[in-house]
Design a protein. Structure first.
Lengths: 504, 473
């Protein structure tokens, strides 16, 4: 039997391979180490692995002038994927800092001491984190529907387990189960849609779908496209497919929430842009309007629901739903400006998401209970650095300087305006106006509420948490830096989306 | 030079925040020093300014991002120079007063005051639409925290109202900025083409109408002015509100010649109504700050009247009145603060008879009040005369309303003066309540001296402004 293996461009797979290799290494070696050494070992190697993967993606980014297919018809080697890989690795790197001391001060729902062992499952946590990042790195390279589904399941399964990894906490287990069920539902819908598209066009590869769609069965093609969109909307937690988001964000360990909020959004949105522009250019009328609709629903629903939240993680979860709306605007605009806008927005948004959840984690470790607007009282004055940084993030989510999201929002609105959709911009503006109330609520809770009845453990300052503080500082640097150094960043994003052709 | 004017207060703010200061006096002292240096820097800028040329001067232009052609472009026109000076001057007075009055958490407080000053100067000198918008938004952050943390008992409501009103306005402006910038393919203010899209025009006007505020967009005003700490209220009504008037002059008038004419009647009518309405409310207000707050509303409407007269006389008058009202309302708010410190109230029915044995308070309040009500020979009189003269061209009705408003201004100012200084001694006025202390006299006195100087020589400003606009006509 004649069997030929395809030519494989191993270099293009380097980021994914590095991540998976490190994951295996951490998992296999970690178990043989004494318990006390595991945390330092696994965190160090995870950070190193993420850094190497990011550097590998960066080198590829510098080399790849033009996009090319590698591993025929299933994996892209292009700057869009590499940029997304850098972002995802960056989010993972920040998450390592957040998670480092998470087990030392376990959080319990009712504030009682939890009997958890601080060394328990630490190796698994980092190995799974690496696997999740690896899955996302693979996902954003996908060029056919099977690779897409494979990548999606790959990182999703890692995230399901990570969500439930705080086994001593009921809410974590509950969140994991919910995420598993709802997430699998979303994946099933995506798979269903893929089957329809395959049935209609007889192709799995994105550009082949585009070519075959001319004489494809319209009904199946359109139904397939709609179902794929819904499946992806589940992952980016856009309303009305966001039902899992608040529960999962609230229940998951805060470091994992921080990672999910940033990285999943990056991966899902970048891939959505790629699928829609490469595989369905002929149906652009359909998906641009569809995405605009989803964006509007997310903006309205996310912001309104966030108004009534008291748990800060839950509040930020709804804020993430509303930002899915903002992030969909530039994709819906379907122009090149929108492509740049999406990536630029994602940089500061990812940094701010990780940063704000990291600060929530800092407060959580002081209190050893979930952070609410109530027990945030006086936090800003007690911890000036975290307080000011959180204020910068909250003002930034609104779209105020000095955060890069000021420009990100401007860019997203500009993209929608260039498409001629002033109405969408107006919806975005209304969403922002609503959002002011709850973002300011967080700042008001930190600074304008007396620190009534200190719930913090009595006496002494809380344990120093250098990795966490470093993470927050890095997130702040990226957030403010993307405003100051907008020009080079936007040039990079222009290169990143150069391989896509936009319908408008 | 302009960059230095913007960056000095912001760098000063960072110093105050980041360095460990042993005492609260040290932090406040450094802030005051920075504010004084800023004033000095402004004087240097004035000396180096060529008033005849009417061009953009002492500027800087650095690419911010080339993608949509937005840049860090700053510079000063002759009229913006005066507003920068007003900001620097009132900034010094506010910080000095805050230092004298003593505030909790001084590092945060004085840093925010400096930051606010820097952002406001940024608004007055930005020559790029996006940069203008950036500074315009950046002003909100210190104001929110200053009122929300150090404000009065009802500060929570006041801040939320203030921020949501102004953000709603300025987000509409964001849409307008995007539309105008993309239509021109640049955000450079000096290269904008005339645009005739009424919606874009309205987007800008909405933001400025809220910020000024213009009737009927003043819902946030009474609460914010009442709850803000004294010197923050002084900055807010004296300086920050002027950014709106400046925006109308710098962006709306040159960029939208056609819509300005189309909507002139509507805006002039709104301004006239606001002028009378604000004056009447000021007359009816039951507390000192209420009188000042509503009189600010009236005065801003008067300024808008002058701006939308859109002729030399109207613009000159509007600018002069902007400076003038900036100084007057800052002085009045600081005086209100002085009264509140002595009586723990601002309610007019509890006040009265404070002139007896307190000559300094009485004379400063009287002097400020007399200038505020535009007696002949005062700078306010000159400004209002110019505005009325300008708006007369657009219809005598506006001038009549304006003249009526001057009468109303006399009514509410005299009512304020008599309710505080004269009549029977109010129940809240303790016989031993002190006269103004030397520091208060120095701070408020400086503002009053500036007003008197301006009264002697209003042409110092009117002859040195709008040379570009006038030569373009």
């Amino acid at each position: 039997m004649d069997f030929r293996t395809p030519d494989i461009d191993w270099a293009a797979l380097a980021p994914v391979l590095v991540l998976m290799g490190t994951s295996a290494f951490v998992l296999l070696v970690g178990v043989f180490l004494p318990r006390g050494a595991r945390r330092g070992f696994s965190a160090t190697f995870t950070a190193l692995g993420l850094l190497c993967a990011a550097i590998a993606a960066g080198i590829l980014f510098a080399q790849d002038e033009t996009a090319s297919l590698t591993l025929r018809e299933s994996i892209w080697r292009d700057r869009l994927a590499e940029m997304a890989q850098i972002l995802v690795c960056g989010a993972g790197l920040l998450a390592v800092g957040v998670s480092y001391w998470e087990r030392r001060a376990p959080v319990d729902d009712d504030g009682t001491e939890a009997p958890a062992d601080e060394h328990e499952r630490i190796v698994e946590l980092y190995a799974l984190l690496l696997a999740a990042v690896g899955g996302m790195a693979f996902f954003v390279q996908a060029d056919n529907l099977m690779a897409l589904f494979l990548g999606l399941e790959w990182f999703s399964i890692a995230l399901y387990i990570l969500t439930a990894i705080s086994v001593h906490r009921l809410s974590s287990l509950e969140a994991g189960l919910k995420y598993l069920i709802v997430g699998s539902f979303g994946s099933a819908i995506l798979l269903f849609g893929s089957a329809f598209v395959y049935g209609a066009t007889g192709a799995l590869e994105f550009r082949a779908i585009a070519e075959a769609s001319g004489d494809a069965e319209r009904l199946f093609l359109v139904a397939g496209l709609a179902l794929i969109l819904v499946g992806l909307a589940f992952k980016m937690s856009a309303a009305p497919f966001h039902m899992w988001t608040p529960d999962v964000y609230q229940g998951a360990p805060t470091s994992i929430t921080a990672f999910m909020a940033a990285a999943t959004k990056v991966a899902a949105l970048v891939l959505t842009m790629r699928v829609l522009t490469t595989a369905f250019p002929g149906e652009e009328e359909l998906w641009t309007w569809g995405l605009a609709g989803i964006a509007c629903v997310s903006l309205v629903w996310g912001n309104l629901a966030a108004l009534v939240q008291t748990d800060v993680k839950r509040l930020l979860a709804y804020s993430s739903v509303s930002h899915a709306g903002f992030l969909l605007m530039p994709i819906a605009a379907g122009n090149e400006l929108g492509g740049r806008a999406l990536l630029f927005y994602l940089v500061s948004y990812a940094a701010m998401s990780v940063g704000s959840f990291a600060i929530v984690a800092a407060r959580e470790r002081e209190l050893r209970r979930p952070v609410t607007l109530e027990n945030l009282g006086g936090f800003g004055w007690e911890r000036p650095f975290y307080g000011v940084t959180m204020a910068v993030f909250m003002f930034g989510f609104i779209g105020l300087p000095p955060a890069g999201l000021f420009l990100g929002k401007f860019y997203a609105f500009a993209a929608a305006y260039e498409r001629g959709w002033t109405w969408l911009v107006i919806v975005g503006v209304l969403g922002t106006v609503i959002s002011i109330y709850y973002y300011l609520g967080v700042i008001a809770a930190m600074y304008m509420r007396p620190a009534e009845a200190r719930v913090a453990p009595a006496g002494g300052s809380p344990p120093r948490d250098l990795p966490l503080a470093t993470t927050v500082f890095l997130a702040l640097i990226v957030t403010v830096g993307s405003l100051v150094a907008a020009d080079p960043l936007i040039d990079l994003m222009r290169d990143a989306v150069a391989s896509l052709t936009f319908p408008h | 030079m302009t960059t230095a004017l913007i960056l000095l207060p912001i760098a000063g703010a960072l110093l105050v925040w980041l360095l460990p200061w042993p005492t609260s006096r040290a932090a406040g002292g450094l802030a005051l020093l920075v504010a004084l240096a800023e004033l000095f820097l402004w004087i240097v800028a004035v000396r180096g300014f060529d008033f005849g040329s009417g061009t953009l001067q002492q500027g800087a232009d650095v690419t911010w991002f080339a993608d949509l052609d937005a840049s860090y472009k700053v510079g000063l026109f002759d009229f913006s120079l005066w507003l920068v000076g007003l900001t620097a001057f009132v900034g010094v007075a506010a910080i000095a007063y805050g230092m004298w009055a003593g505030r909790e958490r001084p590092r945060a407080y004085f840093g925010l005051l400096l930051f606010l000053t820097g952002a406001t100067i940024g608004v007055f000198s930005a020559q790029d639409l996006l940069l203008f918008y950036l500074f315009f938004e950046a002003m909100l952050i210190p104001l929110y925290v200053l009122i929300g943390v150090w404000g009065g008992t009802r500060r929570a409501v006041a801040t939320v109202k203030f921020i949501i009103y102004t953000m709603a306005g300025s987000l509409l402006m964001l849409v307008a900025v995007i539309a105008l910038g993309l239509a021109n393919e640049t955000f450079d203010l000096t290269r904008l083409q005339a645009n005739d899209n009424p919606w874009i025009f309205l987007g800008f006007v909405a933001a400025f109408a809220v910020k000024a505020p213009l009737w009927p967009f003043h819902g946030w005003l009474p609460d914010a002015y009442r709850e803000a700490p004294t010197e923050v209220a002084a900055l807010l009504s004296g300086v920050v509100s002027k950014t709106a008037a400046y925006g109308l002059i710098r962006i709306v008038l040159p960029s939208f010649p056609e819509p300005v004419v189309d909507f002139r009647t509507v805006i002039l009518i709104l301004a006239s109504v606001g002028l009378v309405y604000g004056s009447l409310l000021a007359f009816r207000a039951h507390d000192v700050r209420g009188v000042i707050a509503y009189s600010s509303l009236a005065q801003m409407c008067l300024i808008v009247l002058g701006i939308f007269a859109n002729n030399a006389s109207g613009l000159d008058g509007a600018l002069l009145q902007m400076i003038n009202h900036g100084l007057v309302s800052a002085a009045l708010f600081l005086l209100a603060g002085a009264i509140e410190r002595r009586t723990s109230t601002a309610r007019l029915e509890l006040l009265g008879g404070m002139a007896r044995g307190r000559p300094l308070l009485a004379s400063l309040l009287l002097a400020t009040g007399v200038i505020a009500l535009a007696v002949p020979l005062s700078s306010a009189f000159a400004a209002e005369f110019l505005i009325l003269n300008g708006v007369f061209d657009r219809g005598w009705g506006y001038a009549v309303v304006g003249a009526l408003a001057i009468v109303l201004a006399a009514m509410y100012t005299l009512r304020l003066i008599s309710a505080v200084l004269h009549e029977d001694v109010g129940s809240a006025v303790h016989p031993q309540a002190l006269d103004l202390r030397p520091a208060e006299v120095a701070i408020i006195g400086a503002l009053v001296v500036a007003l008197v100087a301006l009264s002697f020589w209003p042409a110092g400003i009117t002859d040195h402004a709008f040379t570009a606009v006038l030569s373009a006509r």
